[in-house]
Design a binder for this molecule. Structure first.
Ligand code: SAM
Ligand code: SF4
Length: 335
């Protein structure tokens, strides 16, 4: 295959420069919106990518234009060989970042710095210890909270991800925004998305519009600044005048950002997913293990990407359980 051929451009003209790699299916939390209560069927260890295979696959994507790699999971930091994975990927010409629940990130400060990981997204859905325990089914609030402060102190660029759920944490939207008053962080409110086993329904979701209603009720028009979104950004960014940090809304459900989507996802068992919402998967790992080129599979998978939300182009389709239940649980995709 020619190196100049743009295998990462889909049939809608979108170039894909951003690869999210899920390193592991397991996690030290059990967030109800991510992991079904009964747990998930884990892939046998031999079906998971080794660090050499992760590197080989990543290298192929970089050769074809990927410039950003984000590591996710499950919880990426509980993978034993995470230091080696970081070291290997840091040799590629990419911006390397990580999404984590931050419970054990204090043990990795030096490794992250040594491998030039500067951008860390931390998931935290509540500023209240009891609520945190309820949603994650684990009593680890203090560790996450303290580690956010540690990361800031150590000079990392921190974004805090909060999935909003009606009558659970929507009453904390303003507390989260006030959390950015003296901290140089971005809090991102994420619309609750449907995945297999997470009991999603539209009525539990807090929409972009509803978040802005809370904001408009608490701050004056002059205080609310719309700030520039980064290219291919999935979030709409805002700031309260005088606050050090900012906040954003990721509205994948009510206001999808598919037009400028530049992301691809690789699951821990080596399947390429061309869209978070799509159940379609392409097996890169088996082909790699057979010693064959994975490029034709990547090209085919990218070309097959739907224009909007894995083919669920209307809210009606998104609400159809048989469409979104074919997709994996989020814990095995990697958000
Ligand atoms: N364990 C890490 C963490 O929690 O940050 C990384 C993996 S987690 C699957 C990645 C992101 O997906 C988290 O920010 C999480 O909040 C988000 N997520 C999981 N399930 C979701 C859902 N149903 N709707 C929206 N976001 C979801
Ligand atoms: Fe684990 Fe992250 Fe899923 Fe929570 S959102 S269960 S921390 S993978």
């Amino acid at each position: 295959m020619s190196e100049n051929k743009n295998i990462l451009q889909d049939s809608h003209g979108r170039d894909h420069a951003y690869l999210r790699i899920s390193l592991i299916e397991r996690c030290n939390l059990r967030c109800s919106y991510c992991m079904p209560e009964e747990g998930i069927q884990l892939s046998p260890k031999s079906h998971l990518m080794t660090y050499e295979e992760i590197y080989e696959i990543a290298k192929t994507f970089v050769k074809h234009g990927v410039t950003k790699i984000r590591l996710t999971g499950g919880e990426p930091l509980i993978r034993k060989d995470i230091p080696v994975i970081l070291e290997k990927l840091a040799t590629l010409p990419v911006e390397l970042s990580i999404t984590t629940n931050a419970i054990i990130i204090d043990q990795f400060i030096d490794v992250l710095k040594a491998n030039n990981v500067r951008k860390i997204n931390v998931s935290l859905d509540s500023l209240d210890r009891e609520k945190f325990k309820h949603i994650t089914r684990r009593d680890q609030f203090e560790r996450v909270y303290n580690n956010i402060f540690l990361l800031i102190k150590e000079g990392f660029h921190v974004k805090v991800n909060a999935v909003l759920m009606k009558d659970f944490n929507d009453n904390e939207i303003i507390d989260f925004i006030n959390f950015t008053k003296d901290l140089p962080i971005s809090v991102r409110f994420i619309e609750f998305m449907p995945f297999d086993g997470n009991k999603w329904d539209m009525s539990k979701m807090v929409s972009y519009k509803e978040v802005m209603n809370y904001v408009n009720d608490s701050f004056t028009e002059d205080q609310i600044e719309r700030i520039q979104d980064a290219p291919n950004d999935t979030s709409k960014n805002y700031k309260i005048t005088g606050y050090q940090g900012s906040f954003a809304i990721i509205s994948s459900v009510t206001n999808p950002f598919c037009d400028s989507c530049n992301r691809l996802r690789l699951t821990a068992n080596g399947q390429l997913k061309n869209c978070l919402f799509s159940a379609m998967e392409s097996d890169l790992l088996t082909t790699l293990r057979e010693g064959k080129s994975i490029e034709p599979i990547i090209e085919k998978a990218v070309k097959a990407k739907f224009k909007i939300r894995g083919g669920m182009d209307t809210l009606e389709k998104l609400q159809e359980p048989k469409l979104h239940n074919n997709n994996r649980s989020m814990i095995t995709i990697g958000g």
